[in-house]
Design a protein around this ligand. Structure first.
Ligand SMILES: Cc1cc2nc3c(=O)[nH]c(=O)nc-3n(C[C@H](O)[C@H](O)[C@H](O)COP(=O)(O)OP(=O)(O)OC[C@H]3O[C@@H](n4cnc5c(N)ncnc54)[C@H](O)[C@@H]3O)c2cc1C
Length: 387
């Protein structure tokens, strides 16, 4: 067992950290409040190869794994720039396309994802289905060589920034008549695809949308993979990378908040010569949050290592646990940091309250803490399913 990163991973971490710090949380918040995107940071990260670390080298990527992508997510978040689209585009879309796309889809989509010039977002959630993906109502039906998609999706991140959206729909299996999932690469400017922006209480330069698919016609090669049979495995392929990278983003955000608070409490003096951090009522909650974040980081490392070793089932358990732990730790860390800063904690200037919405959402999305507990109860503890 080793807890050390390789020298290359160490270098990657240092380089991403330096890049993130050059932009910083002030930049992130300024963009969010202006209704703009963090395009400069994204473009630079892409040019430096950080967005494609997990994409095979033959398509312009770094040839690494989810361990490397988790490092990128964590370090940018630790610098105050938690970019959700890292989870959606390089983690979910690039993994799904690499593992289950056709050679033509590899060539068309992976180079752009690797250098950051293209973004592909992911649409599974639906208003009526919610956490119950078995109830998905978006349907794709064959019409000649084309597919025609109809349905509604909600909370879809980054549609305004992306060239394509990877839509999870259902198709009719001609042999059984049953509906089964399939993934489609739909251009965001396709006729019949419309969107409306959701007002979210999250300070973020990335937006969520309601998507309406009304007779959206796409050619046969928009279907991800060689055949309809690719659908289910492709859907599952995205889950572990999603959980591991979103956990890494949470851990990075937790580190950021604790660092801001520790700097403040070590120097702020309101009772004579002693810092407020000398009072254990202030320092212990911060220390407790630091322990929770560090425990989550260990689980993330385990999950990423298992995933990169091809041990998908074990990575599934570890990835879910990592996501749960990091989601809770990030929420605790940011809330504790706000408290430790007192009134300053609620100002934009000190840059911690600006993360409250994001870490709260991290306990709901992309998979809620309750659905992870259901998973652990059933698959680890052998409990009966209640739903
Ligand atoms: C900021 C943000 C970004 C998002 N980005 C995307 C995106 O890019 N693409 C995408 O497809 N989706 C996205 N989502 C959607 C997200 O994945 C869903 O919100 C999440 O899966 C929960 O679904 P729901 O909101 O419908 O909640 P519901 O399913 O309605 O659940 C509501 C509550 O009930 C609990 N619950 C439900 N069923 C059970 C059960 N069986 N046992 C115990 N508790 C249960 C849930 O845990 C939750 O607390 C995003 C959401 C947010 C907030």
């Amino acid at each position: 067992m080793t807890f050390d990163l390789t020298p290359e991973q160490d270098q990657l971490r240092d380089a991403v950290r330096a890049l993130g710090r050059r932009y910083g949380h002030g930049y992130f918040v300024e963009k969010a409040k202006a209704g703009e995107h963090t395009s400069e940071l994204w473009t630079e990260a892409g040019r430096l190869g950080y967005l494609g670390v997990n994409i095979p080298t033959e398509y312009g990527g770094g040839g690494g794994g989810i361990t490397e992508l988790a490092i990128v997510c964590e370090e940018l978040a630790a610098a105050g720039c938690p970019l959700l689209l890292l989870v959606v585009s390089p983690a979910i879309a690039a993994t799904v396309i690499t593992r289950h796309g056709t050679e033509e889809q590899h060539k068309r989509h992976l180079p752009g994802l690797a250098d950051g010039s293209a973004k592909i977002v992911f649409a599974i959630t639906e208003p009526e289905a919610g956490s119950n993906f078995h109830r998905l109502g978006t349907v794709a039906r064959r019409d000649g060589d084309d597919w025609v998609l109809n349905g509604r999706k909600c909370y879809i991140s980054g549609v305004d920034e992306a060239g394509h959206v990877l839509v999870v729909a259902r198709t009719e299996d001609s042999s059984t008549g049953k509906l089964k999932p399939a993934l489609f690469l739909v251009p965001t400017d396709a006729a019949g695809l419309t969107r409306s922006k959701l007002d979210m209480e999250i300070v973020s330069p990335e937006n969520q949308f309601l998507l309406y698919l009304d007779d959206v016609r796409v050619p046969a090669d928009a279907l991800l993979g060689e055949s309809l049979d690719a659908g289910l495995p492709a859907l599952f392929a995205g889950l572990n990378p999603e959980r591991i990278t979103v956990a890494a983003m949470g851990a990075g955000t937790g580190r950021y908040a604790i660092e801001r608070a520790s700097e403040y409490t070590a120097t702020r003096k309101v009772w004579g010569g002693r810092s407020i951090g000398s009072h254990q009522g202030v320092s212990h909650p911060l220390a407790h949050a630091a322990v929770q974040v560090e425990l989550a980081r260990l689980m993330i490392q385990k999950a990423a290592t298992l995933y990169d070793a091809g041990r998908d089932l074990e990575a599934g358990v570890a990835g879910n646990m990592a996501k749960y732990a990091a989601g809770e730790a990030a929420a605790l860390a940011v809330d504790t940091a706000v408290q430790a800063l007192g009134g300053a904690g609620m100002t934009t200037e000190y840059g911690v309250a600006t993360l409250l919405g994001a870490v709260r959402a991290g306990r709901i999305a992309p998979v809620s803490r309750e659905m992870i507990l259901n998973f652990v109860a059933q698959h680890v503890l052998g409990q009966e399913k209640s739903y």
